[in-house]
Ligand binder design. Sequence first.
Ligand code: C2E
Ligand code: CA
Ligand code: CA
Length: 629
Amino acid sequence: MTSETTGDGLPQQPGARRHINAAADSDRRESERLSDLLELGLLNTRPEERFDRITRLATQLLNMPIALMSLMEGDRQWFKSTCGIEIKESSRSVSVCDHTIVHDKPLFVEDASRDLRFSHLPYVARAPYIRSYAGMPLHGPKGRPIGTICLAGYKPRAFSDRDRQLLKELADWIEHEFDLDRRIAAHDRHVARLMDRDPSLPVATRTIALERLDDVLMSRARDGQGSAVLHLDIVNLAHYEQTYGEQVARNTVASWLAALQDGAADFCYIARLSDTEFVGAVPDGEDIEAVRADCERQVDYANRAVSGGAAQVAFQVVGGLAVHGDHGRQAAELVSRARQAHRRADIRRGVVLFSETINRQLLRDRHIRRLFETALQEGGIDFHWQPLFSNRGDVLAGFELLARWHDSELGDIYPDEFIPLAEAEHNLSRALVEHALDTAAAQIAQWQAQQRSLPLPYVAINIPGREFYESDFYDCVAGVLARHGIDGRRLVFELTERSLIADFDVAARTMARLNTLGIRIAMDDFGTGYSSIAYLTRLPLALVKLDKSVVQRLEHDAVARELVRSIVDLAHGQDLGVVAEGVETRAQHEWIRSFGCEYSQGFLLARPESRAASCERVAAQPQEQPGPM
Ligand code: C2E
Ligand code: CA
Ligand code: CA
């Protein structure tokens, strides 16, 4: 017998070196496996319905009492989802799944008590006397096995080909969920990187800026430091661009921002919200008036720094300031107050403190809300119909209803002003929804009655997200459909992610019920928010509407193109159609088509029009010849 010697001179068993190499190899594999597992970000998270549904289904399909979705971390097996047993984790050394993972192969055990590999395991040898096992490895983002979906039973049993196939399909389903998670995470990182590259670039997604602003405000508050939120708007940027060209304008904005940052008002944070808007946090000293004056000086300084010669057009910047604590706690609220401050103050220059104008603003809001209520009761709220076209052949596909209001005292009041006020009060919000539904349904009924051959256009209605949380919303909708005798497939409900509150399980349930009526749901204003990618995968949606702010950046902004391309890919991956809103130029339309968006809406194709005009448009559509039957 040959014997090998170790470094310390002790004799070693033959083959031990191979054993050491193999151990190093398996250590490496194990650590790669672990990093895949961590990248997935599922470990130690709460149970989720999407996985629980799969384990429940597994017990039914394979007719076994226990199903588990497990992730193997170090020497423990952790369960993300369980059905038929209450267990959080167990030791890897007594786990059958360990075999499934190590060999990266399906494992079917007909009777564990007769299998030497498993007969000694405590839950086989003693209560609850597990006998049968079926396990399928689950693979992480890089294709390495990180866990299993497995089933266990108390009786010995054989497994058919069908059982094996079903389990494979369930494992594929879970891996598909992993893949979605990975893509969502990658998209989030991508967007975050795009905006971090250069603070003078517009923040593709407003929510990121607000989240970061929130972080800054909170962490300063924790350290006992006060802050105020500054909102700045370069009101003549478009004019500047026309005069000097885009490239110059872009450089000027970057220098303007640098000048703003290196002055007295030391910004704690600054980000670009849109082409013309910036938000920042500044330290709030003893005297807020001094802070305001300081900001104003700073803005002046930056303006002068970028307008060298007398012949040049200077930037015209307006600003608003809102104090953290006094005027609100959340970044979104403070930004909106700061913005209101300079909008309402109607000042073309300087920085305005929110409190100076708050009374006027609130008074007008209250006044408008009262007038709106009356207008709604007396039939003063009307709708315009904006056509939507299929990008295949520019065929009329549908209309979006847009509320219109003319008041004898105040003149035209725009939805951007009255909708938020109306939506703040539930009875007003619901009354407007019912009015829109009724208007749409009456028109659809009329088109149905004309017995035109299909396809009839669909009608899209804007619905505030909160309605999806109201228990009687479904009944309200079903009632309108029944009263007018219309087909729900002719309706689309548009909702903005902004208006969805966090618990979207409830909203998803309402949507699914509306789906049963044939109604499709569209996610509106897409591309302006951040967390919204998750909505695409978790809500029963049919359509995504790209917001006009993104569409209008397509021509001149490669970042916007990248964003839209990735949104469209993601949407199509989920079988969702994509509508581009606010298409104003041929070039935008071409980009939209090239990305494969299904529908377009915008001034290039048609403006919002009266109901009569829309009816004429429908009547003028070429009729398909009805078949012989
Ligand atoms: P939205 O749902 O994003 O509607 C699209 C807005 O973009 C409309 O403004 C429309 O007139 C405008 N638009 C359409 N094509 C173009 C274009 O090519 N260029 C530009 N610049 N704009 C375009 P509108 O009618 O002022 O409505 C503003 C917002 O008010 C809507 O945004 C929607 O959120 C809300 N809204 C309007 N009507 C209703 C309603 O009946 N109920 C509810 N809840 N919200 C409504
Ligand atoms: Ca809309
Ligand atoms: Ca929009």
